[in-house]
Design a protein around this ligand. Structure first.
Ligand code: G6P
Ligand code: MG
Length: 214
């Protein structure tokens, strides 16, 4: 039986995945590296360093270059998210969090992003969340199971009692590696390996999740 629902943040509860894309695109344009939305699909849900390596596609770079480029991308990204308000929650997200809590489920945010605290503050979500595990934790990023396992531990539940909600292939892989059930949001080509797939959380109620909650 599921007792806790672990939500990814970027692309699940809020539209920051678009800001990540815009910030990487800006850096890629400045470096003269071709980069489009299709290329961006591979970056979804993976860490900042891994994203840069994917963007560079084998181009040579020193550690100093890498640090400078990651910092520059993050500067652009922080510019975008600093403008966010609770309006940037995706449709259905807050409603589902509230329904879960009203029905005794525990909730957590589990994100690879080091910017999670700032995004959560902008979205004003703290009240509906029991635990936050983010990219600042001394653990491996998704697709490793570490962040999800840490969240289960903090919530006092075992992995088999957790449902992971993710928009990224790497996130679904991480959930499965942790021994958890998974709900994938987005196209089947991306999250078709999840236990259940929905386009997004718009109009989704607890009853719709019955197949993965029982
Ligand atoms: C999330 C996003 C990724 C991002 C990663 C690191 O997983 O889906 O697109 O690269 O976090 O984010 P950060 O804010 O730490 O650069
Ligand atoms: Mg995501």
């Amino acid at each position: 039986m599921i007792r806790a629902v672990l939500f990814d943040l970027d692309g699940v509860l809020t539209d920051t995945s678009e800001y990540h894309f815009l910030a990487w695109k800006r850096l890629a344009d400045e470096l003269g590296i071709p980069f489009d939305r299709q290329d961006n699909e591979a970056l979804r849900g993976v860490s900042r360093r891994e994203s840069l390596l994917l963007l560079l596609k084998g181009r040579p770079a020193t550690e100093e270059d890498m640090q400078a480029w990651m910092e520059r991308k993050n500067r652009y990204y922080v510019e975008y998210i600093s403008q966010m308000t609770p309006e940037n929650l995706l449709p259905g997200a807050l409603n589902l969090l509230q329904e879960l809590r009203a029905n005794g489920y525990k909730t957590a945010i589990v994100s690879s992003s080091k910017n999670t605290p700032l995004v959560l503050e902008r979205l004003n979500l703290a009240h509906w969340i029991d635990a936050v595990v983010d990219g600042n934790a001394p653990a491996r990023s998704k697709p490793a199971p570490d962040l999800f396992l840490l969240a289960a531990e903090r919530l006092g539940v075992v992995p088999q009692e957790c449902l992971v909600v993710e928009d990224a292939a790497a996130g679904i892989d991480a959930g499965h590696a942790a021994g958890m059930r998974t709900l994938g949001l987005g196209p089947r080509e991306r999250v078709g390996h999840a236990d259940m797939v929905l386009p997004d959380l718009n109009g989704v109620h607890l009853a719709d999740l019955k197949p993965v909650l029982e």
